[in-house]
Structure formats: structure tokens, C-alpha cells
Design a protein. Structure first.
Lengths: 203, 853
């Protein structure tokens, strides 16, 4: 559920979880680059292209949209029609509105999944890797890719996050155990643009 | 004939009592060691009896729970295990509440007692993500068996949802959901129900699962105002295991230490343990404070150290012997009944006061030790004996009550009074003799008169105005008494500052769906039969909801249709679907919307069968719900216990607009075996029990008092005079209660019986002493007996007064009512009775042809 958030949260969780005995230097390095990228911004906005490969569908679903984020804990994501939706997460309160149907679902996430809490973790340098998940870091040219493989039987099999040397996210990929796969590409990312309250509205 | 009969009874009783008192005097003055040894043996036996008695902290056992609404209420707690559960109420800032709730739930989960987990289960979230798959499985079953779950009124909408256009619309929505960031969680549900038939099923289920008025958007048990959060925990062992329960409460207290929000705890049984320290503290402070006041009163009046020290011993004997004897009759004694100790302190001291007062007065008048003691024990003792009997018997008459709170208290106080009386007769004379021998030079100074001589003189000079004024006051208070109300609300009897009480109040204030709730149970061994009968009950209830007499209700029938309702749904559904080829339509719609029909094979096959669907046994639906995260709907509405199914209906209502008796009549007509309970019905049941107990107690107690007075006094005038203060006192008590806003409740109603016994003593002592004295001694006898009555009343008020200030509404109301009654009776005995006695004397003189002095 809420793939972007899961990615963000699990990524941040890397910084908070107990340490592995032998840390992967590349993974640590990559995560620290990502962390610094978040630590230096107050907000950001980006255009996105989402591709979903679902077992239920004959063809992949491609959606375009945009995301906005503002510290300490406001996140907004909009997918344009067809199949439009808007998601707003304020700390741990999550609302999703289906644009065409006009329905709104709201839920409160447990506090350990609140954005504010995870943003607080980004203020600390990453020196260890977490237990309970595998983390790999790969540097290719000017891009880092961090692979996060949660242990256990949860829905997510692997998360991949690709970002540049300044910690700017370019691509997210989520692979589920049922072989469903989501890829989100980020373009036109702008940081510290001074986003206002009105930029985070569902209606 | 009657007069001769009464005279012979009076003579025989008086001879018997006097002989008994003579024997007591002889034994105690000649063989004090034997008395002490026998007393010690009796105390030891009582100690053994007490040691083998179980002391009960379960407040529900104080009330008659073997039938009626209270039985159903307790049964429902037993079936659901709700009586065992601990409920934690977290109250504070919305921002902190969730975080603190998570933290506290974690601590409770980690809590251990004797090395084992303290709780079997800690529930604090409405939805567990691990149950997404079972939920999707349930949705898949429900949408292919809509006859079980769709309301008959909405049955027509099933076919509407399955038209090609509606299917296309649902699939558009499904695509948007899958594309959105909620898609991962919804994928299995979309696979199970691509055409959104769940919209006809889930709202109904959600509504039925709501026992409390919660914020439905929160995954926590959070009140709509966001200020209260509930955590429910199931203890690993029964909380009736007091050792475990005490350790559990200690652990809970540790777990909530340092919390930044207020955390209170409640639970039917756990509350008793939580409040145990408070109850003990309350009872102990009552006992100690009343003991201190009583001893001070005694010492300040008589200035004798040894008799003052003897009073605690007498009271100790009275309490221990009463508990020991009660232990022979009762399998267990409620902890709350220990409050009787305070009453024994108030009542048991009276006998020492009367006997010692007489002894002291006679000694200060110059009589020798033996003569003074004989008069005190035999003459004053006669009045004391009758007075104790008139006090004890009305209390003992309460043992016929089926309200255990009353019968237990009646037995303990009745026995306590009798044993205190005998402890006084057995220990006081030897102590006084010992004191005389040890301190032969002791001087008996005249005792304080408290202005009683002037009162006697005033009443003697102007009896008519005093009588007129007294009667006027009585009439005024009688009028006021007619405005007294009955307080049926059990809440008013609970300890106001008790943690459990306050937690319940918070639940009611923040989370209750309506101010009041009625629980209806339809029971039987066959589930199908129970569901069918439940369907008939449901129809009545629905009518009451439609007419606005009920706010709402919840039942399993609102979620799972019985056979009759399924037939209705099928009739509305199969007709329109018969001509459609649902499987083909669904496959086409899925393919057109870009879905892979192969992933929906099971759903398509289920839809294909809808046109030919048949009723399904409700048991199958119940079993399916139980396997899903929605199992709470079943556990709340269908319970199993004692080899039967218990189908429960929760009826929410505001108050008097719901005609409960009319509803119960209709309920009995459609299902004579159905049972119902509510706070109103429980109050009504208790009121009925108390009324019956009161009536019988009044008749028995009043009859005994009357008999004792008849056998004590030779003339009807004496009986009238001795009864006048208590009758006036009862009227004044009721009038004052009405004037001060107090009502009669289940507990203080007993005072109407016991005050007869306690209050009749005052008139009896004064009349006994004054009418038995020579003309020139009447004033002195009034002063002496009046002083003893004044002190007796004050010690009784000290005993009951301590109850008046307890936190327990039940005990407090007894305390206040008794204090009003005792104070008024004492005032009428001391300020008005002399006037009546004087008027009677003048009448007698006129009758005999003498001029009044």
C-alpha cells in the first residue's frame, strides 16, 4: 500500500534500524548521499511517470502525474486522468481521492510511519545498515542505485531507488512478491521552491 | 382477654429478662475468670471461622443475580469474557494520544506476571495489515453469496450493479484504485470483487461492528473528538485469582508510570482489585475516625480511663464474634460489608454508656459499689437489653432480603449488636469491680447534665406549646417527605472517585452511541432456529427504530440474513438476472477495461451462479465472517455458552421515549423465551427486590419492635411515648432528605427499617427510667437517661457519620439518612418527649382526681 510512502519509509527505516554486523560500504555511502539530499531541502516538486505491471491487467498501466513534498511531513501525489487520483499525507494522516469518482478515503497510519518521524531520522548521518533487510549500493557513472530487500513474507520483495550524486531521486522501482511491479520516473525535480499550503489540497 | 394475654406476656418476658440479667450480674461479679476464659474460647472459635471464610470483592454478587435482567447482564459478560477484560482509557491531546497509546500497548504486551505474559491479547487497532488476505477472501465469498449479506431493501441494487454500464463504471474505478498508491492494498479486493458489489455489503457490516462511537477513519479505537483512545487487554489468567490480579494491577501501574496522557483502567472484575486499596482505606478510615470520636465522647463525659479503654475491647469482641458467627451461615462475605464495623462502633458503645452512666450516677449519689452495679446491670440493663433487641432484630430481619448487600449487612450488624451487648454485660462489671478494688479512693463526681434539667423543667411547665410546636414541625416535615424521590440509578451508589467509575464515565461521555442501551438475547441449541427467531425480533426492533423510539440497533441479522430474508433477496435478485448471461458480460467488461479475465475466474464463476442462487445456511456465513478480520461482528452478537447459542441485539435509546414495557410485551409475544436487560431494567429489578425486602423487613422488624415494647411496658401510653420519638424521627428523616435533595435508593431504603430499631431505644430508655421512678425522682432519671441517650446518639452519629463522608454513594447515603434519622429521633426524645410524659402524668392525675403539681 502506498508504494511511494513505503519506499520512503523503508528507506528511512534503514537509518533507524539496528546495525548489521558487517556493513556494506557502498550501501552506506549511497544511503548517506540520499540522506544528505533530503537533509538539505525544505521542499521539492517533480513530474512523474508511473508504470504498473499488474497480473490483473493485460497491459501495463502508464500514468503521468506530479509529487510535492514539504518538511516536516506533508506529501502530495497526483496522477492525471485517465484513472486520476490525488494522495495527501500529512504526518500520519493519509487521504486518497479518486478524481473521476469523487470518493475520498482517509486513514491514520501508526506513528512509526509518520513522515515527521522519518524526516527526523534524516538529520543523523548514516553509519550502519539495518537488520531485517538486505541493502546493496551500486554507483554507475553519476547515478547511485540502492537496492533494498525486506526480509519476511510482506508484499514487497525489492525496492530500488536511483538518484544522482546530490541525492536527487530519478527512479523508484517496487517489485512485489506476486510479481506485480511499479516503476516511477522523476523529471523536472525542483528543490526548495517555497511550496505553500494551497499546493497540498485534495480538492 | 387480649389485655390479660399481653399482661401475661409482659410479665413472663420481664421476669425472664430480669432473671437472665441477675444471672449475668452474679456470674460476672463472682466468677470473672470463668467469664474471661469462656470469652477467649469463643473468640478463638470465631477466629477459626473467620480464617475459613472467603472475602468477596466481586460487587455483582451483592445483588440478586440468579434471575431477571441482572442475570442476563452477568451472563453476557461471562459469554463474551468481557468481565475478565481490562479496558484502558487514554485521555489527552490528540497529537500525543496515538503515540502514547502505541507505547502503552507495547508495554502491556511486554508485561509479565510471575515470568509469564500478563495478557493473552492486547487490542488497540481496528485493522491489522496482516489480515488483508483473509479480508479479501471474505469479500470474494460475500459478493458471490449476496443473498446472505445484502439487506432485503437493497436487493434490487445487485442486478443494477451487474448491468454492462455499471460493470464498466466499477472497472473504471478499479483501474483508478489500482493506479493510485492505494492499489497494492486493494489489488486482492479488486480481484475478488471487480464490480464493487462490496459497496452493498461492507457498510452494513461496518455499522454492525460498531459497539462504540469511534472515529472510523482511524485504525485505533479513537473517539470522534480524538481525545479518548481505548485499549482492550485480555488477562492471561482469571482476574478473580486475587493474587494474580493484584500483581497485574501493580504491573499496569508500572506500565502507565511516566505517561504524558491520563490513563485509567476499568473492567468488571479488575475494577474491584483496582479499587481494593481505596475500599480498604475508606473502611479503615471510617472505623478509626468513628472509634476516635466515640472514645473521646465517652472519656470527656465520664473522665474514666479504664472504662474508656474497655470500649474498643467490647467492640472488637462484637465484631469478631459477629464475623465468626456470620461465617457459619455465609459461604463468603463481601469486603464492602466490612463497613458494618463502623456501625457496630456507633451502636455497640451505647450499652456501655447506659450501664456505666447509671453506675457512675449511683456511685456519685452515694450508693455502694455492689448496689450501684446491680442497679446498672439489672435495672438499666433491662432497658438496655430491650433496646439492643429492638436494634438487632430489625437488622436481622433484613437477612430475608434477596439483595445480598442488605442481607449481609443486616446479619452482621444484628449479630454485632447482640455480641456487643453481651460483651458489655460480661466485661464491664468485672472491670468496674477491679477498678474499685485497684483505686478505692476514686471519687465519682457528678456528671455533666447538658442542660437536660432545664429542658425537663421547661417541658414540665409548658407541655402544650412544646407538643404543639413538635406536631407542627412533624406535619411540615411530613408534607416535605411526600416529595421525596426514588433514585434508581445504580451509578449514584458507586464510589465517585474510583478509577473504574471514572473510566466508565469517560467511555459513556466520549464513546457511547446513545445514552442508554438495552440488550436482548434470543437463545437456543439450534443455530438455524435461533436465527429464525432472531429475525422475528428484528422486525419488531426495526419498527421501533423507524418510529424514532430507538436511536439505532445492531444485531447479526443486520449482517447475515436468515432464510426468510434470503428468500426476499433472491426474489428481488434472481428475476432481473435470469435473462442475463452474467459470465459473458463480466468477461467482456473485464477484457474491454484492459483486465485479464483469467485472473477473475473464481469471481466470474460465482457471478454466473447468482441467477440460480438458493438460500444458504446462516451458519456458513457466520463461519466465513469468523475467519475474516470482521469476526468481531459475530463475537459481539452471537455467543456460545452453557451448550446454547445466544443471539444478542443491542438496542440504543435515549430515555423515556422508548416504551420498554410495551416493547418487552411485544418481545414476549413473538418469542416468550427471549430475555432483555438494560440499566433501567436492572434498576427496576433491584428496586423490586429492595421494595420486597423493605416491606418484609419493615413488617418483621416493626412487628418485633412492637412485640418487645409490648412485653417491656405495661401501658399503651408508655408504648406510645417510647415510639413517638422514632416515628417523628423517621418522618423528619424523610422530610429532611427531601429538603436537602437526597432521594431514597437501593441502599438507604434499609435505614427506614433499621431506624425503627435504633431510634426506638431512645424513647424506650427515657420512658423506662422516668415512668419507673418515684414522682420526685423523675427529673433526675430523665437527666441521667437523657444524657445516655444524647451520648448514644452522638456515638451512633459518629459511626454512621464516618460512612456519610465515604466515597461510596451506597454507604454515604446510608450514613446521611441514618444521621438525619438518629439526630431527629434524639431531639424529639430529649426536647419533646418530656412534654408528652408530663401531659400524660397530668392526665393520669386528673383521671385519679388529683390536681397536677
Amino acid at each position: 500500500m502506498k508504494k511511494i510512502l513505503i519506499l520512503l519509509l523503508i528507506t528511512f527505516n534503514v537509518t533507524a534500524a539496528p546495525a548489521q554486523a558487517v556493513p556494506d560500504r557502498k550501501a552506506l555511502e549511497g544511503l548517506e548521499v540520499l540522506r544528505r539530499g533530503f537533509a538539505e531541502l525544505t521542499d521539492f516538486t517533480a513530474e512523474i511517470t508511473q508504470e504498473k505491471h499488474l497480473a490483473l491487467m493485460k497491459q501495463k498501466m502508464v500514468s503521468r502525474g506530479m509529487i510535492r513534498f514539504r518538511k516536516p511531513g506533508t506529501f502530495y501525489m497526483e496522477l492525471y486522468p485517465p484513472h486520476g487520483s490525488r494522495l495527501l499525507m500529512q504526518d500520519n494522516v493519509l487521504s486518497i481521492r479518486l478524481t473521476d469518482q469523487g470518493t475520498i478515503d482517509r486513514m491514520v497510519l501508526p506513528p512509526e510511519q509518520s513522515l515527521t518521524k522519518w524526516m527526523a531520522f534524516l538529520s543523523r548521518p548514516i553509519t550502519t545498515l539495518p537488520e531485517g533487510m538486505g541493502v546493496k549500493g551500486v554507483l554507475q557513472g553519476n547515478s547511485w542505485t540502492v537496492h533494498i530487500l525486506p526480509a519476511g513474507t510482506g508484499g514487497v520483495k525489492e525496492l530500488q531507488i536511483t538518484f544522482d550524486l546530490e541525492g536527487r531521486i530519478k527512479r523508484l522501482a517496487i517489485e512485489e512478491r506476486n510479481r506485480d511491479r511499479t516503476v516511477i520516473r522523476f523529471t523536472s525535480m525542483r528543490r526548495n521552491v517555497g511550496l505553500k499550503e494551497k499546493d497540498f489540497r485534495l480538492n | 382477654m387480649l389485655k390479660r394475654f399481653l399482661t401475661s406476656i409482659t410479665d413472663a418476658t420481664n421476669r425472664g429478662v430480669l432473671a437472665h440479667l441477675e444471672w449475668l450480674f452474679n456470674v460476672t461479679s463472682r466468677r470473672p475468670l470463668l467469664v474471661i476464659v469462656v470469652s477467649m474460647v469463643l473468640l478463638a472459635l470465631s477466629g477459626i471461622s473467620i480464617a475459613t471464610t472467603r472475602f468477596e470483592s466481586d460487587i455483582f454478587k451483592l445483588f440478586p443475580s440468579n434471575q431477571g435482567p441482572l442475570k442476563l447482564f452477568l451472563d453476557s459478560l461471562k459469554w463474551s469474557g468481557g468481565a475478565q477484560d481490562a479496558y484502558f482509557i487514554l485521555e489527552g491531546d490528540k497529537e500525543r494520544l496515538i503515540a502514547e497509546g502505541e507505547r502503552f500497548a507495547g508495554r502491556l504486551t511486554a508485561l509479565r506476571v510471575d515470568g509469564e505474559p500478563a495478557f493473552r491479547k492486547v487490542t488497540y487497532r481496528t485493522f491489522d495489515p496482516a489480515e488483508a488476505q483473509p479480508f479479501a477472501d471474505f469479500v470474494g465469498y460475500a459478493v458471490t453469496h449476496p443473498q446472505l449479506f445484502v439487506s432485503p431493501g437493497e436487493a434490487g441494487r445487485i442486478a443494477e450493479h451487474l448491468t454492462p454500464a455499471a460493470m464498466a463504471g466499477s472497472l473504471e474505478k478499479a483501474r483508478a484504485e489500482l493506479a493510485s498508491q492505494a492499489g497494492m492494498g486493494l489489488r486482492d479486493i479488486v480481484a475478488a470483487d471487480p464490480f464493487s458489489l462490496r459497496d452493498l455489503i461492507l457498510p452494513r457490516l461496518k455499522k454492525a461492528s460498531q459497539a462504540l462511537d469511534l472515529d472510523t477513519t482511524s485504525p485505533y479505537f479513537l473517539a470522534r473528538d480524538g481525545r479518548v483512545l481505548i485499549i482492550i487487554a485480555e488477562p492471561a489468567r482469571p482476574v478473580q485469582d486475587m493474587v494474580f490480579a493484584r500483581k497485574l494491577v501493580a504491573g499496569i501501574n508500572d506500565a502507565r508510570r511516566g505517561a504524558t496522557v491520563t490513563i485509567t483502567c476499568t473492567g468488571a472484575h479488575l475494577a474491584a482489585v483496582l479499587d481494593e486499596a481505596a475500599v480498604k482505606g475508606n473502611v479503615i478510615s471510617c472505623v478509626l475516625s468513628s472509634l476516635v470520636v466515640v472514645l473521646l465522647l465517652f472519656y470527656l463525659t465520664y473522665r474514666r480511663f479504664l472504662p474508656t479503654l474497655l470500649i474498643p475491647l467490647i467492640l472488637f469482641c462484637g465484631v469478631v464474634l459477629a464475623l465468626g458467627t456470620a461465617g457459619l451461615f455465609l459461604s463468603s462475605i463481601s469486603l464492602i460489608s466490612f463497613a458494618f464495623t463502623a456501625l457496630i462502633i456507633g451502636l455497640g458503645t451505647d450499652y456501655s454508656i447506659h450501664i456505666y452512666d447509671r453506675f457512675h450516677s449511683e456511685r456519685s449519689a452515694g450508693r455502694d459499689t455492689n448496689g450501684a452495679l446491680r442497679l446498672a446491670v439489672v435495672d438499666t440493663g433491662h432497658g438496655v437489653f430491650t433496646a439492643a433487641a429492638t436494634t438487632a432484630f430489625p437488622f436481622l430481619a433484613l437477612t430475608i432480603s434477596d439483595v445480598r448487600a442488605l442481607s449481609e449487612l443486616g446479619l452482621l450488624v444484628g449479630l454485632g449488636v447482640i455480641f456487643s451487648l453481651y460483651a458489655t454485660f460480661l466485661f464491664l462489671p468485672p472491670l468496674l469491680l477491679f477498678s474499685e478494688r485497684r483505686f478505692p479512693a476514686a471519687v465519682y463526681k457528678p456528671l455533666p447534665r447538658f442542660g437536660l434539667g432545664r429542658v425537663w423543667d421547661g417541658c414540665g411547665r409548658r407541655p402544650r406549646p412544646v407538643i404543639t410546636a413538635s406536631m407542627a414541625i412533624i406535619v411540615l416535615l411530613l408534607v416535605s417527605a411526600f416529595f421525596i424521590r426514588f433514585e434508581g440509578d445504580l451509578k449514584n451508589l458507586q464510589p465517585r472517585h474510583s478509577e473504574a467509575f471514572q473510566a466508565q464515565e469517560k467511555i459513556e461521555q466520549h464513546l457511547s452511541l446513545s445514552p442508554k442501551q438495552m440488550l436482548v438475547a434470543v437463545e437456543g441449541r439450534d443455530l438455524g432456529d435461533v436465527m429464525a427467531r432472531g429475525g422475528r425480533v428484528e422486525k419488531i426492533v426495526e419498527r421501533y427504530v423507524q418510529s424514532g423510539q430507538l436511536v439505532s440497533f445492531s444485531s447479526l441479522g443486520q449482517v447475515v440474513n436468515d432464510r426468510e430474508s434470503q428468500t426476499e433477496v433472491l426474489a428481488a435478485m434472481t428475476g432481473p438476472l435470469a435473462s442475463r448471461r452474467l459470465a459473458e458480460s463480466a468477461t467482456d467488461a473485464l477484457a474491454k477495461a484492459g483486465f485479464d479475465p483469467a485472473s477473475f475466474e473464481g469471481t466470474i464463476a460465482g457471478l454466473a451462479c447468482l441467477a440460480k442462487a438458493r438460500p444458504v445456511p446462516p451458519a456458513e456465513a457466520i463461519e466465513r465472517i469468523e475467519r475474516s478480520p470482521l469476526r468481531g461482528v459475530v463475537t459481539r452478537h452471537l455467543m456460545q455458552g452453557d451448550g446454547s447459542y445466544h443471539l444478542l441485539f443491542y438496542l440504543n435509546y435515549r430515555g423515556s421515549e422508548f416504551p420498554q414495557q410495551a416493547f418487552l410485551k411485544e418481545l414476549a409475544a413473538v418469542d416468550p423465551a427471549a430475555r432483555a436487560t438494560s440499566t433501567d431494567l436492572v434498576s427496576g429489578q433491584l428496586a423490586g427486590s429492595v421494595k420486597k425486602s423493605f416491606l418484609w423487613g419493615f413488617l418483621l422488624g416493626g412487628g418485633m419492635v412492637l412485640f418487645l415494647l409490648l412485653s417491656h411496658f405495661a401501658s399503651l401510653a408508655d408504648i406510645f411515648n417510647s415510639l413517638f420519638p422514632v416515628v417523628a424521627g423517621v418522618i423528619a428523616m424523610l422530610g429532611l432528605m427531601a429538603l436537602t435533595g437526597m432521594g431514597i435508593n437501593f441502599m438507604n431504603a434499609m435505614v427506614l427499617v433499621t431506624i425503627l430499631g435504633m431510634g426506638s431505644d431512645y424513647g424506650l430508655h427515657v420512658v423506662h427510667r422516668v415512668t419507673g421512678a418515684a414522682e420526685n425522682e423523675r427529673r433526675e432519671q430523665f437527666v441521667q437517661s437523657g444524657r445516655a441517650v444524647l451520648l448514644s446518639a452522638l456515638t451512633t452519629i459518629a459511626g454512621f457519620g464516618s460512612l456519610a463522608f465515604t466515597d461510596y454513594g451506597a454507604l454515604s447515603s446510608i450514613g446521611w439518612a441514618t444521621n438525619y434519622g438518629v439526630a431527629a429521633t434524639m431531639l424529639f426524645a430529649l426536647l419533646a418527649l418530656p412534654a408528652f410524659l408530663e401531659a400524660g402524668r397530668r392526665r393520669m392525675l386528673r383521671k385519679n382526681g388529683d390536681a397536677p403539681a
